[in-house]
Structure formats: structure tokens, C-alpha cells
Ligand binder design. Structure first.
Ligand code: PLP
Length: 496
């Protein structure tokens, strides 16, 4: 399988796409076509465990990787998860399911990809003959950073994480700032996630920066979801969830289902769209946003407008105005027109907006339902869901669940049938203990671990081991810089 840039330049292998992260012309790598999962393969997948299912899907994109090594890498990655199944599907009610993706080492869905990604990258370097040491700067809205740190800690890759100093939960900050490993750095940035992401992207596209690292023996790579190696492992759980629906007799093979995804950088839901393009029977993808509703507005009006107020919410991993991966969808729905995509991205960079009209906008609306919630509605939704089903949703999944309710109301109004719905749970409620406790009880606690304890008493949901472990670890990282100092921080880091 070859990969091309959304902005038109070049064609590379899967291994190269993973190692480079971002295309030379600033575009994102996309597969040259969507490899179908055949009926036979799908049937076979039903009898497989999660790593085997994932290997089947990944091998289609990473043909040059050794199949057996890939499978064993997947096995050891998912051994780091609590429980036998890294992505269990929970039946909540008739036609309503939760896909729990938070049983990994950092308690968010980012682990699904970032436990496998180091292997994809290392093997990619071997396959492409890259000899330099790797340096990975990561901009994070809270969860990617920790998952990337865990994935790479103790390897020979240098990884530096930049998080918005005021924009993440206390627990997320604790998780990152107590990270072990000599090859890691964690730095707070004065600004929001978009400031972090823009500053990091600038380093990638600056020749001066790239060659400064090169002189020192380092090659830059990316672990954000702009890297196809991050995206690919996320396609797998949509197939696996569907297999579980079939094997448990909830749906018949071929019957269409809906997926709802709490969305920020548009990586997770894009992976669902890729799964659909590979043949997964999907009806609609529900794109859920919090108060930062740039995507909802885009779907409604066709105007992507980033010049708007930025809100800090209790679902911080979705506090994003520039959703990088939307570029990949824009490219697909413009009929893979790289020139047009390039123009739009140039417009976005210079004016902060671009527009989609007519047939094209219709396509967006027929594939996706987009909705958003206020903070109050999310709180109410988490409370009501708990009262009804005894299940504590995290704040991000709470956003998705509320949008699902609105979506179902609309189906009812239009006398449309309601397909089975799978809501993707992106984080453990214990990762956002204060806000979740507030939603469940109305009580504010200052201490994260008090929140953890109270949620545990209230819900009997097991506290994940990684959350317990954080409590007694020393804080190792305290540096805070402004966005324009990120490059200097990186230089300092590789000198150490
Ligand atoms: C990253 C994240 C999201 C958003 O996912 P995207 O792939 O960026 O759209 C949602 N919820 C949680 C808990 C996350 O960590």
C-alpha cells in the first residue's frame, strides 16, 4: 500500500509514512485507496481475539511489515491492558452499547494506538534504513501526552510532551509530571492546546528547525494523530466492536450500526470513517463536541471558522478549535482533490476559515451527524445515565451520550428507524474524578484522590491500577514556557 499527501506531493510506503509523520508539503498521509475487508475475512475475524483482528486490519496498510512480528507486537501491547479484552463492548440497553477503550496504561483510548505505535515506528525505521536517533515533540490536550510517554518510556526515542498549563485536569497533569524514564520530557505551555499544536507543527515545517536537529543527529517524528501510524490501530476497534455485536447475537452480519464518538482533533471518528470505507456496515457517525463546537457549526453551515472564543471545559481533551484530521476527511469528500485541499488549508492558515458548499456539504451531512452540548447538559446527562443504568460516564463520553440523545430525538421526529448505537467511551471516569463526582452528586472536592475514592464508593467501578499508582509518585517535571520557547526546550532536552 502506498500513501499520498492530502496536498498532492509524493507517494511513500506505510513505513515511510509512519517515520515521517507529516508529508513534506505539510499535508497528511492518506492511503492511496481503502483496502476492503472481504466477506470471508470478516467471517474469520469473528473467531479471532483482539490482537488477531487488529493484525488482519493493519496488515492491509503495512504490507511490508512482517505479519508474525506485527501480531506479536500487538499481543504484547494489549497485554499492558487490564482484563482479557482491550476493547470490551458493554451492552447497556436494547440497541445501546458502550465500547470501553480506557483499560490501557493511561486510562484513555489513546493507549489503543500508542502502545502499538512504538513498534510501528521502530520497524518503520528498520525498513526504511533510518539510522538517526528519533525526537518526538508531542502537543497534547491531556491524554495523548501521557499515552505517548508510557509508550516510549525506556526506549531510545526521545520524547517531549507539551501541554497547555491551565487546560488539563489535575489528574492528567499528575499522570504526566510523574512520568518515569530518562528519555522523556514534560513541559507546560502558557496557552491553550491550539497554541501548543500550532507551535509544534511550526517546528516540523521549519527547515531551520529540522536541520538544527539533524546536525545534532536527530530526526523529527510525530506521535500525534496526524501520523497515520496512530490512526491505523484505531480503525481496528470499530471492526472488533462490530464482530462482538455479531458473535453475541446483537446484530446480524451486514446490519448497519451507528457509532458516536466524542471528538477533538477528529482522529478517532476519522478512523471510524476509514473502517466504513473498508467495508464496515456503518449507518451514521455521530460527531460529538463540547462547547467548542467548531465542528458542529461546520456541519450546519459548511463554514469552518476558527476565529471564535476558546472555552475551557470539563472535557479538556476535546477543547480544540483546529481539528487537524479534518483535513483527511475534506480530502476524501472533495473527491480526493489535493489541489482544492491544499487551497483550503492555505486559507485556514491565512484567514482562519474555509467553506464547503453544495453536493460536498451534502456528503458531510449524509455520512455524519454533528452535535454539541453545554457544560450543564453534559453534567445532567452523566447524572441521568448513572441513575438509569448505574454506569458512570467520564466527561467526554458524557458529551457523546448527550449528543446521541439529540440524534435519536431527530430520528424519531423524522420517523426514521433507530439503528443499534455504539457509543465510544474514550476515558475512565477516574481520569476526571472531580468533574465526574460533581456530575454524580453535586459535590465539589478539591483533591483528585478524594474524588476517586468517592466515585469508587458510589459506583463500585474498580479504580484502575495506574490511577492508584500516580498518588505516591514524585513530581519530576515543573517547567512552564511560552509557545515560542518550545524549540529552545527541545534543543535543551536533546543536549542533556
Ligand atoms: C483525545 C480524546 C478525545 C478526542 O479524540 P480525537 O481523536 O482527538 O477526536 C476525546 N476524549 C478523550 C478522553 C480523549 O483523550
Amino acid at each position: 500500500m502506498k500513501f499520498i499527501s492530502t496536498r498532492g506531493k509524493g507517494s511513500v510506503t506505510g513505513a515511510e509514512a509512519v517515520v515521517r509523520g507529516i508529508a513534506e508539503d505539510g499535508g497528511l498521509y492518506v492511503p492511496e485507496c481503502f483496502p476492503p475487508v472481504t466477506g470471508e475475512e470478516f467471517e474469520a475475524m469473528l473467531g479471532m481475539d483482539y490482537p488477531e483482528r487488529a493484525a488482519l486490519v493493519l496488515k492491509k496498510y503495512f504490507e511490508e511489515y512482517d505479519g508474525e512480528k506485527l501480531l506479536s507486537a500487538l499481543r504484547s501491547a494489549y497485554q499492558k491492558f487490564e482484563g482479557d479484552d482491550p476493547a470490551p463492548l458493554v451492552r447497556i440497553d436494547e440497541g445501546l452499547y458502550l465500547l470501553e477503550l480506557f483499560h490501557g496504561p493511561t486510562c484513555a483510548f489513546k493507549d489503543m494506538a500508542l502502545t502499538v505505535f512504538p513498534y510501528l515506528l521502530k520497524e518503520g525505521c528498520a525498513l526504511t534504513g533510518v539510522k538517526e536517533k528519533l525526537l518526538i515533540p508531542v502537543a497534547t490536550s491531556g491524554d495523548t501526552g501521557k499515552a505517548a510517554l508510557e509508550g516510549f518510556a525506556g526506549t531510545d526515542v526521545k520524547i517531549a510532551v507539551f501541554y497547555p498549563e491551565e487546560g488539563i485536569s489535575k489528574m492528567q497533569k499528575l499522570q504526566m509530571c510523574t512520568q518515569d524514564g530518562d528519555n522523556v520530557d514534560v513541559v507546560g505551555v502558557r496557552g491553550n492546546f491550539d497554541d501548543c499544536q500550532t507551535a509544534v507543527k511550526k517546528i516540523f515545517s521549519s527547515e531551520a528547525c529540522v536541520s538544527a536537529f539533524k546536525e545534532r543527529g536527530y530526526l523529527l517524528s510525530a506521535a500525534n494523530s496526524i501520523n497515520f501510524g496512530r490512526l491505523a490501530p484505531q480503525i481496528c476497534y470499530y471492526f472488533s466492536a462490530y464482530c462482538d455485536l455479531v458473535t453475541s447475537g446483537q446484530v446480524k452480519m451486514g446490519e448497519k450500526v451507528d457509532f458516536a464518538v466524542p471528538t477533538g482533533n477528529f482522529g478517532n471518528i476519522l478512523a471510524a470513517y476509514y473502517a466504513k470505507r473498508m467495508g464496515l456496515p456503518v449507518n451514521k457517525l455521530v460527531c460529538a463536541s463540547n462547547k467548542n463546537n467548531v465542528l458542529t457549526e461546520f456541519w450546519r453551515t459548511g463554514i469552518y471558522e476558527t476565529k471564535r472564543p476558546f472555552f475551557r471545559t470539563m472535557s479538556p481533551s476535546m477543547d480544540i478549535l483546529v481539528s487537524s484530521n479534518l483535513e483527511r476527511l475534506i480530502f476524501e469528500l472533495a473527491g480526493r482533490d489535493a489541489k482544492l485541499t491544499k487551497e483550503r488549508m492555505a486559507q485556514l492558515a491565512s484567514t482562519g476559515r474555509y467553506t464547503v458548499k453544495g453536493e460536498e456539504l451534502k456528503n458531510f451531512k449524509s455520512e455524519f451527524y454533528a452535535g454539541c452540548t453545554s457544560e450543564d447538559d453534559t453534567v445532567d446527562c452523566i447524572y441521568e445515565f448513572f441513575t438509569e443504568y448505574g454506569y458512570p460516564l467520564d466527561t467526554h463520553t458524557g458529551v457523546a451520550m448527550h449528543v446521541v440523545e439529540a440524534y435519536h430525538d431527530r430520528l424519531k421526529k423524522e420517523f426514521l428507524e433507530k439503528p443499534p448505537m455504539v457509543v465510544v467511551c474514550t476515558a475512565s471516569p477516574y481520569k476526571f474524578p472531580q468533574d465526574v463526582l460533581y456530575a454524580l452528586t453535586g459535590n465539589d472536592v478539591k483533591d483528585s484522590f478524594k474524588g476517586v475514592k468517592r466515585i469508587n464508593l458510589l459506583t463500585a467501578m474498580k479504580v484502575p491500577d495506574p490511577i492508584k499508582a500516580v498518588r505516591y509518585k514524585p513530581i519530576r517535571f515543573k517547567t512552564v514556557v511560552s509557545p515560542d520557547k518550545i524549540f529552545d526546550e527541545l534543543l535543551k532536552f536533546i543536549k542533556e
